[in-house]
Each structure stands twice: as structure tokens, then as C-alpha cells.
Design a protein around this ligand. Structure first.
Ligand SMILES: [Zn+2]
Length: 307
């Protein structure tokens, strides 16, 4: 038997030798040659000339070249296209300006919206993505108003987390005027935990995904006031944030629109967005700010990293 396995076993007789096969084919050859003693999961126990050796087939390694991962620094999840723009576009663009890669994954097409259509909103989302210089934007097409925080939806979110391997995740407000927001927040928090578990198996096409847990999940603040745990200075990104919101022409104030007026389409709504950002900004000595909450405590090693 001219296989590596036999050679290794033969070099140390009378002992059980953990044998790391070089290839799966080599393990198969050895198994065929000497007969299988036991096969359980990925461990093979082989009998060779009265000795028993353990052989582990090499783990299937997905090479970096073939791995379908587009590494992002920040991944933003949003229940509806425009949630991210309204709540954290300033934070997104500030980090893009600092050289970070940022992407948005929207959960729904916002098909329950009073104004516009899913097709129009998809085009508007793409236009906003260009303005914010996002690395990627995709839509999971969950049902607006009715998606659930259940296994099916959690696994879809896990897939997105593993696909982009972000360090930081931004998610909807933990509770808000729109019930989808709080549900989306809980869904993301649970998916982030599950994504780190090896036994939760997901596939991107036919390729098995690797477990991934982001360093932090921060919840942006949207309609209802929530006292933030920290505020990001977004003064340098403010005009770009407004441009990204205006990209959703069907949703927000447009003097030429003939569609029915809604809570968010009145001029007063844009004034509120600005007022909220000025208030948050003022409290940290900046012109404009965006607030976030975190479910654990915040820690720093260097006090000078805080504003
Ligand atoms: Zn929303």
C-alpha cells in the first residue's frame, strides 16, 4: 500500500497516531486499503496491521479567492428603504469620508407606503446609495408590515452578516412609532448572535458560509425620542445626508407632487429631522449629530478618543 497514511503509522508502531491526512483523497485511499474501523463525522479510525490510528480528513477550506465575502466595515440594516437615510446617513457618510466601506441591507421594499411604488422606491434607494458612496445596497424583500422575527427571517439576516463580515452593525431603533422598526431591531440583535455560532449553517449559493459575529450593534434613533447612549458628530456630512433623503422624491416634501400628503411628506417633517440633529449635535458641541443606543456598556481604552 503506497499511501502516506501507512508510512506514518509504520514509523511509530505500537501507538495510536493522530494522522492529519494531506488530502481527502489520501484518506479515502487509506480507508480503502486497510478497511474502515469506525467513521463518525469527520474522524476516521483505521486499523492497520493490528494498530489503530485516527485520521481526520482535512477541513474544507474555502480559499480567500473563492470566498464570496465582500468585507464591509459597517453594515446598516433598515426595515424600510429611507430608514437609514433619515436616521444615520450622516454617520454613514462621515465614515465613508474616513475611508470606511459601508453597505445597507433593506428588509422590505416599503410596499405599504402611501406614496410612490416599490419600483420607484427601489430606484430612489439606488440613487441615494450613489450619493452616500455605499459599497453595496441590497433588499431582502421581506413583507412590509408583516415580516416576523422568526427562524426563516433570522437566517436570511445571518446570511447577509456572513456575506459582508462587518465590524459594526447599525440597526433600527429598539422601539419606535412604526412597529416594524422595533421588530427589525430585535431581529438584527438575535441574528448577530446566531451568526457567530458554527452550528448555525447557512449557504451563499452552494458555498457554505463561515460564522461571523460583529464587534458591536448600535441602534439608530428615528421617530420617537430615545435618550442616546452616544452621539456621532455628523456636521461634515450634513448636506450629503439631506441630499440622500431628497433622493426619495416620492416620500418627502416635493412642492410639485400630486400625491396625498403623509406624516413624512410635509415640510414640517424635514424641519423635525434638522431640529433633532441640531439638538443632538448641540449636546456634544457640534452643529449636527446623530444618536445611537447600545444594548451593552460602552468601553474605551483612551479617554481622548471621546469628544
Ligand atoms: Zn421605517
Amino acid at each position: 500500500m503506497n499511501v502516506g497514511f501507512e508510512k506514518e503509522v509504520g514509523s511509530k508502531p505500537h501507538s495510536i497516531i493522530p494522522y492529519k491526512a494531506r488530502t481527502t483523497r489520501e484518506v479515502r485511499q487509506a480507508v480503502a486499503a486497510v478497511g474502515i474501523e469506525r467513521k463518525a463525522r469527520s474522524v476516521w479510525a483505521l486499523r492497520v496491521d493490528g494498530l489503530v490510528a485516527i485520521a481526520r480528513p482535512p477541513p474544507k477550506i474555502i480559499s480567500k479567492k473563492h470566498k464570496k465575502v465582500m468585507k464591509l466595515d459597517i453594515l446598516v440594516f433598515a426595515a424600510h428603504p429611507d430608514d437609514a437615510e433619515l436616521s444615520c446617513a450622516g454617520t454613514i457618510y462621515s465614515h465613508v469620508l474616513q475611508g470606511k466601506k459601508v453597505g445597507i441591507v433593506d428588509f422590505t421594499l416599503g410596499e405599504l407606503g402611501t406614496r410612490g411604488t416599490p419600483e420607484i422606491r427601489a430606484k430612489e434607494a439606488a440613487a441615494s446609495a450613489e450619493i452616500l458612496k455605499l459599497s453595496v445596497r441590497e433588499n431582502l424583500q421581506f413583507r412590509d408590515g408583516f415580516f416576523k422575527n422568526d427562524e426563516t427571517h433570522q437566517l436570511e439576516v445571518v446570511k447577509a452578516i456572513r456575506k459582508y463580515e462587518p465590524s459594526v452593525i447599525l440597526a433600527n431603533a429598539i422601539t419606535d412609532r412604526h412597529p416594524d422598526h422595533g421588530r427589525a431591531a430585535a431581529l438584527v440583535t438575535e441574528a448577530c448572535f446566531l451568526s457567530g455560532l458554527k452550528q448555525v449553517k447557512t449557504y451563499d449559493g452552494d458555498e457554505k458560509q463561515l460564522p461571523w459575529r460583529p464587534k458591536a450593534v448600535y441602534h439608530y434613533i428615528q421617530s420617537n425620542y430615545i435618550k442616546p447612549d452616544f452621539i456621532v458628530d455628523v456636521s461634515d456630512a450634513w448636506e450629503t445626508k439631506l441630499a440622500s433623503i431628497r433622493a426619495f422624491k416620492s416620500q418627502f416634501f416635493d412642492p410639485d407632487s400630486k400625491e396625498p400628503e403623509t406624516y413624512i411628506s410635509s415640510p414640517a417633517f424635514m424641519e423635525f429631522i434638522t431640529a433633532r440633529a441640531k439638538e443632538f449635535g448641540h449636546s456634544i458641541g457640534a452643529r449636527y449629530g446623530e444618536g445611537f443606543t447600545i444594548e451593552r456598556n460602552i468601553g474605551v481604552k483612551n479617554l481622548f478618543n471621546l469628544l
